[in-house]
Write a protein that binds this ligand. Structure first.
Ligand code: SAM
Length: 297
């Protein structure tokens, strides 16, 4: 039973990190002017309204992308040039009070002759996605993303990349992510595999285990394969405890204190670009100095 709905979270700090990395991956793919295949295993609904009652309830987009856009317009001279691609794409939708999800970003950036394949399992979200993507060149699957990726790789056009953005509602997602990415890397070793993961204190071990499994497998196949791991914290790990100090210490449910991107075969300059833009994002969101770079090779 799927209960996660991205409408509550769209445009938050995690989307900013993930979509910046996504835009950078596409910028790299588009540089050569040659076709490629892109897979999005967990597509979501595609477009999200700032004034959706679910977005207003959490305030995550207000504290995330809306704050970033406001900061970028007030301090335009400080905006890193690497960020322009993402910002101009986001501004196009923000003008209509919306934030673009991953399949819309991918479809906007898709190069000529390239193939985009996206899957979404939640029936209601898939219906919305189908409407949003009408008229766009994309193959949509109402299907389990892990299963779709295994079934359709390696693709006919071998140049390419994958975004895996599970909701991690079930612990099973951590094992599915590790197993699927190992299997896919084995049969499609040249692909860029980008996996988003949450930073949750009560899940630290399982998250580390997931990353270690992929890393060991990939490096076991070829010790020279590059892996980039970029955690981006927006809060301290125990911030949920501090906020409830006057009541029962530690009783609040630990919450997302950031997230990370784990990338096998990161495109050239992905790390450099993230290093340039994340300090600006952190400043805009009021969490200076929280981006950590750990090249896991
Ligand atoms: N990638 C989207 C973006 O960046 O705009 C957001 C995706 S959201 C974090 C995760 C989505 O995965 C949800 O819409 C959820 O319904 C869907 N989902 C959950 N399990 C899935 C599965 N096994 N296969 C495909 N989609 C799944």
């Amino acid at each position: 039973m799927l209960s996660y709905l991205h409408e509550f979270h769209a445009g938050n700090h995690a989307d900013i990190l993930k979509h910046l990395a996504l835009v950078f991956i596409f910028e790299h793919l588009n540089e050569k002017g040659k076709p490629y295949t892109f897979f999005d295993t967990h597509a979501g609904a595609g477009l999200y309204r700032f004034d959706d009652e679910r977005a207003l309830k959490t305030g995550e987009s207000m504290r995330g992308i809306q704050r970033l856009l406001d900061y970028a317009s007030r301090f335009s001279d400080d905006v890193p040039s690497e960020m322009q691609g993402y910002l101009s794409l986001v501004k196009k939708y923000a003008a209509d009070g919306m934030y673009p999800g991953s399949p819309v970003i991918e479809s906007d950036l898709l190069g000529n002759g390239s193939v985009l394949v996206a899957s979404e399992l939640h029936s209601a979200e898939f219906d919305v996605l189908q409407k949003i993507m009408r008229g766009r060149a994309v193959q949509l699957h109402h299907r389990n993303g892990w299963e779709m990726l295994r079934a359709l790789t390696p693709p006919a056009i071998k140049r390419g990349a994958v975004l895996c953005d599970p909701s991690y509602e079930e612990k099973q997602d951590y094992t599915d992510a590790a197993k699927t990415l190992c299997d896919v890397h084995k049969k499609w070793p040249a692909a860029t595999l980008a996996l988003w993961y949450p930073l949750l204190s009560y899940r630290n071990d399982i998250i580390q285990g997931m990353k270690d499994t992929i890393k060991q497998f990939v490096l076991g196949m070829n010790a020279h394969t590059e892996i980039l791991d970029v955690p981006f914290c927006v809060d301290t790990e125990d911030s949920h405890i501090e906020t409830t100090l006057d009541k029962s210490i530690g009783s609040a449910k630990p919450r997302l204190y950031g997230s990370g991107m784990f990338v096998v075969n990161p495109p050239w300059k992905l790390e450099e670009k993230l290093r340039r833009v994340l300090p600006f994002v952190a400043k805009a969101l009021g969490c200076e100095g929280c981006a950590r770079f750990s090249d896991s090779r």
